[in-house]
Design a protein around this ligand. Structure first.
Ligand code: ZN
Ligand code: ZN
Length: 266
């Protein structure tokens, strides 16, 4: 087998292993409906956690996986934060040694280019074009591979959600849940596209939540006074949870319940 062949095979193994951890999407969704917040946010967060774990334990040494991470200059801000939720010093050093070296290579290259151009005529114009090249390099860098994985998982769970509505008990469980955050509601409507009955169901559920949210906000507003210095009322935490839910609060998924419940459902 060629070196390239080995690389491709190990990469496929990596992705298939990661997705094999999440085959029970239907039951995962049913469990997530009973928990706080947007079920898709919760499940995607867990999937990304598993992805980062497998990077940490093994696949950071896979040439193809590491190259994808290096050319994107490592993780994006959100996934760097999630990566550092657990101590991963060795894998961090292995990865960021290559990221820092890659960045250094490009900076040295550009510096030399600029230095050489400075001594020739019209360097000012060429300096601007070199700086533009650096900006282009940063803008055109590939998206963080974890973001790619996250999008695939969002699509997988949203598709399973829409398909699940064919089952009456699944639909019922969804209607009792907290519903989707705004991002996943709009993505779900996008995926549902021409299927008007599924789209109406998603919208009806969102409206049901919207009415509850509106009642809470109005009640909270009525209990507030502009002269009052006490910002906290019994309703405050519910108001914050509305905001967290609508924007898809990533902290929801730090709660471990889903792991316990998943075992009993599987
Ligand atoms: Zn969400
Ligand atoms: Zn990312």
């Amino acid at each position: 087998m060629t070196k390239a062949g080995i690389g491709v095979e190990s990469n496929l193994t990596y992705y298939s292993r990661v997705s094999a951890m999440h085959v029970n999407t239907y039951y995962d969704l049913l469990t997530a409906f009973r928990l706080e917040g947007c079920p898709i946010c919760r499940l995607v967060r867990l999937a990304v956690d598993s992805y980062l774990d497998s990077l940490d334990y093994e696949f950071i040494n896979d040439a193809k996986v590491r190259k994808d991470l290096v050319v994107s200059f490592g993780f994006c801000k959100d996934h760097a934060e999630q990566w550092f939720e657990r101590p991963r010093l060795l894998a961090t050093c292995i990865l960021y040694r290559d990221v820092v070296a890659y960045l250094g290579y490009h900076l040295h290259l550009k510096r030399r280019e600029l230095f050489e151009k400075r001594s020739s005529r019209g360097w000012n114009r060429r300096l601007r074009s070199s700086l533009e090249n650096i900006r282009r390099l940063i803008k055109s860098k590939p998206v963080c591979p974890v973001c790619d994985f996250q999008q695939e998982e969002e699509h997988k769970y949203l598709s399973a959600l829409l398909q699940g509505f064919e089952d009456e008990s699944f639909e019922e469980a969804y209607m009792k849940s907290h519903g989707l955050c705004l991002l996943h509601l709009f993505l779900g409507l996008d995926i549902a596209a021409e299927d008007s009955s599924v789209s109406i169901l998603l919208i009806d559920k969102a409206l049901m939540e919207q009415r509850k949210h509106m009642d809470l906000v109005v009640q909270c507003l009525q209990s507030q006074s502009y002269n009052s210095v006490a910002a906290y009322t019994p309703k405050s935490s519910e108001i914050y949870s509305i905001v967290q839910h609508l924007c898809g609060d990533p902290r929801l998924d730090r709660k471990p319940q889903i792991h316990c419940e998943k075992n009993t459902l599987a």
